[in-house]
Design a protein around this ligand. Structure first.
Ligand SMILES: *Cc1c(COP(=O)(O)O)cnc(C)c1O
Length: 357
């Protein structure tokens, strides 16, 4: 390995020395007792559910259940308020505003750029290739001594494809900062997760989410898998109670639903291919890109007017038509069979009206 990764060297110096907020219950983790330490309401809540106690800051029960599912130790798991929280925390932990850099590879998920911009961190963009793969040479030559994070999304949003393993390996081996592999859509592909490579690469960080395959977007819960030391740092700088009690309860019971999650994924994958075929049969569709995710990137003759028409039909898809390498494309999430049929019916109607005008 050509990188000389040392976590302490890529963390911002003051983060290393930071004394975190010590929450009221840090000294006692039992469940029975008289709790007069946190200024909570002893009588209960205004709601019928009781939420008068602060939640576990480190979500120990959830991690205990999640660890065997992911084949990883609990001390490698950080849970966040959506995976957007670890995205932000990773920038905060490593990047000094106005000085440090991150590398992103457009077209990709928007939050990497937004988080960097919020913190006044310099963004170096290395375009994906025309077939949405990583330009390894381009990435390696964009690295500066102030580059702290390289963001890789696989399967990539919005292109839907998986990034070549060898490209990610080369970057991991030749970069001394963090390589974050965002696997928000990993449950929709049969390619292996990078979680199992954490032992080999101390600079690897893997993100996953409960928002897609698990169907829990409303809970706001995301997973970050990393070295024990980095997880400690993230715990140190997060908001003390970053996952609410009702969200923790719902997650805990949600984790019993792996089988249901897998069934839903199978259903979505089946529907994705049905939708693909229906779309490919429409003359206004130019191209439906291959997908390892729960959405299709679709190129239309006139994406913007298709988008406007669908909006009038109260069908909302994602306009990516002005995004680099996605010109003319809409990103369409796979819906239920009824929803997908309604979409295709609307597109047929649009097609006919366009012909008659
Ligand atoms: C949807 C998505 C997420 C999920 O974000 P949450 O904050 O966990 O809802 C993360 N990364 C990518 C690439 C996504 O598309």
């Amino acid at each position: 390995m050509n990188n000389s990764f040392e976590l302490n060297k890529i963390l911002r110096p003051h983060i290393l020395n930071l004394a975190p907020y010590s929450s009221a219950r840090d000294e006692y983790t039992g469940h029975v007792g008289i709790f007069l330490d946190a200024n909570e309401n002893p009588y209960g809540s205004v709601t019928s559910e009781r939420y008068n106690r602060y939640p576990d800051p480190y979500q120990a029960n959830i991690k205990k259940k999640l660890a065997p599912l992911k084949g990883i130790g609990t001390e490698h798991i950080f849970l966040g308020n959506g995976s957007d929280e670890p995205i932000d925390l990773l920038v905060r932990a490593t990047c000094t505003p106005g000085k440090d850099h991150v590398i992103i590879m457009p077209p990709t998920y928007g939050m990497y750029e937004v988080s960097a911009s919020i913190h006044d961190v310099i963004i170096d963009k290395v375009s994906l290739t025309a077939d949405y793969q990583i330009d390894v040479e381009g990435v390696l030559s964009a690295i500066t001594e102030n580059t702290k994070i390289i963001w890789i999304c696989t399967p990539n949003n919005p292109s839907g494809n998986v990034m070549q393993e060898s490209a990610i390996e080369t970057i991991l081996e030749n970069f001394g900062g963090l390589v974050v592999v965002d696997e928000a859509y990993v449950d929709f592909t049969d390619k292996p997760s990078w979680i199992h490579r954490l032992d080999s690469y101390p600079n690897l960080v893997v993100l996953q989410t409960f928002s897609k395959s698990w169907g829990l977007a409303g809970l706001r819960a995301g997973m970050c898998f990393a070295s024990k030391d980095l997880v400690k740092i993230l715990n140190k700088i997060k908001a003390p109670y970053n996952i609410s009690q009702p969200a923790q309860e719902a997650l805990l019971s949600g984790l019993d639903g792996v089988e249901k999650m897998k069934q839903m994924v199978q259903e979505i994958l089946k529907e994705r291919e049905v939708l693909r075929t229906m779309l490919e049969n429409l003359s206004l569709v130019n191209k439906v890109f291959p997908s390892d995710a729960n959405f299709l990137l679709v190129r239309f003759d006139d994406a913007r007017s298709v988008m406007d028409y669908l909006l009038r039909e109260t069908i909302i898809v994602r306009d990516r038509s002005r995004v680099h390498l996605c010109e003319g494309c809409l990103r369409i999430s796979v819906g239920t069979d009824e929803e997908n049929e309604a979409l295709v019916d609307a597109l047929k109607k649009y097609q006919q009206s366009a012909v008659t005008v």
